[in-house]
Design a protein around this ligand. Structure first.
Ligand SMILES: [Zn+2]
Length: 450
């Protein structure tokens, strides 16, 4: 037997609750939590849950529990009694090296738990995935108790978002931020409900959560390699539902670094370019913050966002080669050798266009709409260079296969954008002097949204 009430479990709802309790009683380590801490958070939080807005949120987290059940008269007494009974059960059923609780595996189950106590497990007639068709879930009293306080760190976004990470830094920063808001509400008597920044688009909310965490908490995020999952759910009686989102670790590391980058404002422009919105009609943040954002969506789906760094219409770039290659290395996992080749070939192509004053060839590079036509333009340039006795070939066969088109037909579009980025960056002043039609507003052009 060990004496700890809590250790982290890997179960997102239980861990969220444990972080809430730790943060509420200001203990950094779950193993330091004792019975008096559980009593304290019960006493403090039950009155909060009884307020209107919290009650509404609780309704879609724990339907039919004493707080949300209209037929229950003495809600405060009933729910407090319930929590006290669970605390007594924690004493009665000691933790051990092993137990049959499906969340912690350290303590045995007493009562079978229902969806009024643990979200998304169904119960009664709504049996989702219980073994042997039993009418509830195998959660021990300690895990059940913790889950009761998970709402304190949930984020309202249409449904609710639950943040879960293997990184203590992430979880600590997030619970600090959420609990700070709960304390503010209690202090100001402004009981607004779960943390809410008027997001309804969960993917955008997820980036907001991560970026605000990185911004507000002065941690060495760059050394952190977290796995972060977000669960967007409702346990509403009429239609429980769950969607999951995963932030790739390289994307997190990139976001952590980019806020320190001197070109951070350019990164913000790139993100803005991702919104599907008519910027002429935007007056305030609320007009776009919940619109689909292809930059965010592509980052989540592990797709390239290279095209958002360039603007083919006015032959310009956002950011510089350094910011661009940091993204390519960190998120796209491109190796140094490949980037060197792309840079050199981009430089040679820039020279070629400038010396020959050949905007048409540049247009051909831009306009090529498939792998074959793009290769064809490169072939023509190679021929021209041979005719004019260039010192070195534009690229070797090895560079062509390994660095320019490693995925052949599949990745050619990204290679096109990579080369165009370098050319536009090099020829910025020269292209300007050619008096290309000025682009009115770079941010108003949101390219094609594929
Ligand atoms: Zn447990």
């Amino acid at each position: 037997m060990d004496n700890n009430i809590y250790k982290f479990t890997g179960n997102p709802f239980v861990d969220a609750g444990i972080w809430s309790i730790c943060e509420w009683v200001k203990k950094g380590n779950p193993e330091d939590l004792d019975k008096s801490d559980l009593k304290r958070i019960s006493g403090d939080i039950v009155p909060l849950y009884l307020t209107d807005n919290w009650g509404k949120n609780i309704f879609s987290i724990f339907p039919n529990n004493p707080i949300t059940n209209p037929s229950v008269k003495d809600k405060k007494i009933r729910y407090s009694d319930y929590l006290n009974e669970v605390i007594e059960d924690i004493d009665r059923i000691p933790s051990n090296k092993s137990g049959n609780c499906i969340a912690c595996g350290r303590r045995n189950v007493g009562d079978i738990r229902t969806k009024s106590e643990i979200p998304l497990i169904g119960s009664g007639k709504l049996i989702n995935f219980f073994p042997s068709g039993q009418s509830g879930g195998d959660y021990c009293p300690a895990c059940t108790f913790a889950v009761q306080f998970s709402p304190l760190v949930l984020y309202k976004c249409g449904k609710l978002l639950l943040v879960h990470s293997n990184s203590d830094k992430i979880m600590r920063s997030w619970s600090k931020k959420a609990i700070k808001e709960v304390r503010r509400q209690i202090l100001m008597k402004d009981y607004a409900g779960c943390f809410n920044e008027d997001f309804t688009n969960p993917r955008n909310a997820l980036f907001q959560i991560i970026e605000s965490m990185i911004r507000e908490y002065d941690e060495k995020w760059f050394n952190e390699n977290p796995s972060i999952n977000l669960y967007h759910f409702t346990n509403y009686n009429q239609g429980p539902d769950l969607d999951m989102y995963h932030i790739p670790t390289p994307v997190f590391r990139f976001l952590a670094y980019v806020k320190l980058h001197e070109r951070y404002n350019d990164w913000k422009k790139i993100v803005k370019k991702g919104y599907w919105v008519n910027w002429d009609k935007v007056k305030e943040e609320n007009d776009y913050k919940n619109k689909t954002n292809s930059v965010y969506d592509n980052l989540l789906k592990n797709r390239s966002i290279v095209k958002y760094f360039i603007n083919t219409k006015n032959k310009g770039v956002i950011g510089d080669w350094e910011l661009f290659t940091f993204y390519l290395k960190e998120v796209r996992k491109m190796d140094e050798k490949r980037l060197e080749t792309l840079k050199r070939v981009g430089d040679e192509l820039s020279e070629y266009v400038k010396i020959r004053d050949d905007i048409k060839r540049l247009n051909d590079l831009e306009m090529a709409g498939n792998y074959n036509s793009f290769r064809n333009v490169l072939r023509k340039i190679v021929k021209d260079r041979i005719k004019s006795n260039a010192d070195k070939p534009l690229f070797s066969l090895e560079e062509y296969v390994k660095d320019l088109f490693p995925d052949g037909n599949l990745g050619w579009r990204e290679t096109q954008d990579l080369l165009l980025f370098r050319i536009y960056e090099n020829l910025h002043d020269w292209l300007k002097s050619k008096r290309l039609p000025e682009n009115e507003d770079e941010e108003a052009l949101s390219d094609d949204k594929t």
